[in-house]
Design a protein around this ligand. Structure first.
Ligand code: GAL
Length: 439
């Protein structure tokens, strides 16, 4: 054969072979294997009626987009993550992290981040233009060292008093006229006088007591709360700490005696049934009223916790991409659905939270949300929750519930409790790495 022709054929064969090899490599690199895309495993603690409905709606959005993927929800009951968080930590450390799990934005994920157990998801934020629709305060809570490690699914409000309107009407009390704790306890007195066998306030087990304490402390002033989450309340004789515990002490005289054995939604249910008039809880409670077909501003209503009407307590649920997960492509797809307008507008109307996006479709939300969307825009101060993982390090927040529970159950005096809370901040001073500026 003509040597020229021979060279051309040789070059052609080489080009085709190289293209084949490259295509083969591309196929394996770019095309997800069936194992990567046909399953998604997520963990969360949304097990109450309202919570389950909300996460179900979010999963429906995912399944609508990816009908060939089976979503396995591992739902671990225990509000505020009390049961799930240790389980997840054990799984992650064992290298068996699920594809994504519910986590609070802020401090809660910092130890995973420090141990290189989370992948950064800057690309998801950029590809989905999230910085243009997520409020700055939430953006910063989703970062560690300037990189994004979470996407938020919502913004819950923590500083909410729920009331039973029919019961308040029965004693002629106007909840909107309550502007301080004295007014609040006066209404409790009046109702208990009219209903001598009942307790005015429904309360549940340990973490809900710490949740309550946190709201009362915020009511002492945003500067007080800021000092607290910066780890600066380190004296047991701090007057604001003592004042907050004094209010809590009075509060406890109006609660159901079995509070320590109830889950948060059982306490909410006492109120729905007219067996109490007040319950302090984050606005995931709204989901329970919806499930019970209670009508906002007719059967029930809300005011901000006394002293906090100009504040919005932030509880932000988020998901992340753990390092080395079994289904990395679906992990990212889940995060994109979680962060999407459609996903958030399916989830949040049922969950009680507002969307973490500023472009949500308000027509999909109910009357309770008119209040929170408006307040989120108009309040002067936002404060991140400690009990719900955002505002202070886990070393501090995980012990706080036990300290407050001891007080609420009569195991520790007010003075001893103040000393214990201050000592917790001192003992964990090195972990308070975020300097919050709330005003
Ligand atoms: C919070 C969480 C909410 C809600 C609540 C009660 O910590 O942020 O989404 O689930 O616990 O379970």
């Amino acid at each position: 054969m003509d040597p020229k022709k021979q060279t051309i054929i040789f070059v052609l064969i080489a080009v085709i072979a190289t293209a084949g090899i490259v295509a083969g490599i591309m196929y394996f690199v770019m095309v997800p294997t069936p194992e990567e895309t046909d399953e998604l495993e997520i963990y969360h603690w949304w097990t109450s009626g309202g919570e389950a409905a909300a996460v179900g709606a979010l999963v429906d959005v995912f399944e609508g987009l990816y009908p060939d993927t089976t979503v396995t929800q591992r739902a671990i009951s225990g509000g505020s993550g009390i049961t799930m968080i240790p389980i997840i930590t054990a799984l992650i450390l064992a290298g068996e992290a699920p594809d994504a799990f519910q986590m609070h934005a802020g401090y809660e994920g910092i130890e995973y981040f420090k141990a290189d157990l989370l992948d950064d998801i800057n690309d998801i934020w950029a590809d989905n233009n999230l910085e243009t629709v997520i409020p700055d305060v939430v953006q910063s809570m989703c970062q560690f060292d300037g990189d994004y490690y979470m996407v938020p699914v919502n913004i819950h409000r923590s500083n909410v008093v729920w009331y039973n309107l029919n019961e308040l009407d029965s004693i002629g009390a106007d909840p909107k006229a309550i502007s301080n704790w004295t007014d609040f306890f006066d209404v409790c007195n009046d109702w208990e006088t009219a209903n001598p066998t009942k307790d005015a306030i429904s309360l549940a087990h340990a973490w809900t007591q710490a949740h309550l304490f946190e709201q009362i402390l915020a009511g002492e002033g945003i500067d007080v709360y800021e000092s607290w989450i910066n780890g600066d309340i380190i004296s047991g004789s701090d007057p604001d700490l003592l004042a907050a515990l004094t209010i809590l002490e009075t509060f406890m005289t109006y609660t159901n005696p079995d509070f320590n054995t109830l889950a948060w939604d059982e306490a909410t249910d006492l109120l729905i049934q007219g067996n109490s008039i007040f319950n302090v809880m984050g606005d995931w409670a709204n989901g329970e009223f919806l499930v019970a077909n209670s009508v906002y501003d007719d059967d029930y209503g809300t005011i901000a916790v006394p002293g906090t009407s100009n504040m919005y307590g932030l509880v932000v649920d988020a998901f992340q991409h753990p390092a080395g997960v079994a289904h990395p492509i679906n992990s990212d797809r889940w995060l994109e659905v979680v962060a999407s307008k459609e996903g958030q507008d399916a989830f949040n109307p049922l969950k009680g939270s507002i969307s973490a996006r500023t472009d949500s479709d308000l027509t999909l939300y109910g009357p309770y949300h008119d209040w929170t969307f408006a307040d989120f825009e108009s309040v002067t101060y936002m404060f991140p929750s400690v009990v719900h993982g955002s505002g202070a390090p886990q070393s501090f927040s995980s012990e706080l519930s036990a300290v407050i529970n001891d007080f609420c159950t009569g195991g520790a005096t007010l003075a001893a409790t103040a000393i214990a809370i201050a000592a917790l901040a001192s003992a964990n001073a090195a972990d308070f790495t975020t300097v919050w500026s709330l005003d």
